[in-house]
Design a protein around this ligand. Structure first.
Ligand code: ADE
Length: 286
């Protein structure tokens, strides 16, 4: 199962690269592509089984891969992991913050526990890993970081928690691009649209069926994206071809965000208009 990258062989020869959430879905394909280009891959998540399987796939294809379990919400866990990686590999050149998770729910039904869980994984977890990698590896030798966020041009109706968390990461990307430029660190984000693959299989099938049908109709490309199309964009941003790009978020969405209406608008008459000259207006009666 040799991954066929569009980029040149050995592009990442001898580069040590950490991909969080690298055992499944988009993270798995990113790990395959970077390893196929000579990268020394380290994948990390909470799930030993998928990490072990993906690493074996990469090794069987002739790539270099090792894995660690980590909960990115736990600061000490993360610090320990990055310390171990830097000690074992003599540094860390690249980081892909891909680990994340959320669940569909109208905002009014999201409990504080669920809200915190999504914010802590997608925003705080990403920050924990990024800060540790900077302090322990990139502060001296520079490096390149890519965050996987989500397409949130028009907010994220139906998943307010992850929309807020991803917007936080988009902003963090800009801040760190400025703060860490003098250390030779570039940091960018990729915002995937609707991607066919493991990610979608995590949601309730009944919800997905209606969601996917309506989504596909609204994508100018008239299809969902592939995990490989996200991996290719990540590879580009990590590579020297993107040497002059930092603080950016690139959408990979088949034009979806330019066209789609992500929320069904219920009919209502609750939007009161305002006209400063109207005799009926409350302000005229005072
Ligand atoms: N993938 C999803 N949630 C995660 C977490 N908290 N830590 C590591 N990988 C994850």
């Amino acid at each position: 199962m040799q991954y066929q990258s569009i980029f040149r062989p050995n592009l990442f020869q001898d580069q040590t690269i950490l991909v969080t959430g690298g055992g499944t879905g988009i993270g798995r394909v990113i790990a395959h592509e970077l390893a196929s280009l000579g990268g020394n891959l380290i994948i990390a998540s909470r799930k030993e089984q998928s990490l072990e399987k993906t690493c074996r796939e990469i090794s069987d294809a002739g790539g270099r891969c090792s894995w660690h379990t980590v909960n990115i919400r736990q600061e000490e866990d993360v610090e320990k992991l990055i310390e171990e990686i830097v000690n074992a590999h003599g540094g860390l050149d690249m980081l892909v913050n891909n680990a994340g998770g959320q669940f569909p729910s109208p905002a009014e039904h999201i409990k504080q526990k669920g809200w915190h869980a999504v914010i802590e994984t997608n925003l705080t977890g990403t920050f924990n890993v990024t800060r540790a990698v900077f302090n322990k590896a990139m502060v001296k030798k520079g490096g390149s970081i890519v965050n996987i966020v989500a397409e949130i041009r028009n907010g994220f109706p139906g998943m307010a928690h992850t929309g807020a968390a991803r917007a936080g990461v988009v902003n963090l990307t800009k801040t760190l691009a400025v703060e860490w430029a003098s250390r030779g660190v570039r940091i960018n984000s990729i915002a995937p649209g609707v991607i066919d693959g493991h990610g979608l299989s995590q949601y309730d099938p009944a919800f997905m069926k209606s969601y996917i049908d309506s989504v596909r109709a609204a994508i100018p490309a008239k299809r969902l994206g592939t995990e490989s199309e996200i991996a290719a964009a990540v590879t580009f941003l990590l590579s020297p071809a993107a040497a002059y790009i930092t603080g950016e978020t690139i959408r990979v969405d088949g034009g979806w965000s330019l066209w789609h209406k992500p929320w069904k608008l219920d009919d209502h008459n609750l939007s009161n208009s305002f006209d400063g000259f109207s005799a009926d207006d409350e302000t005229d009666k005072t």
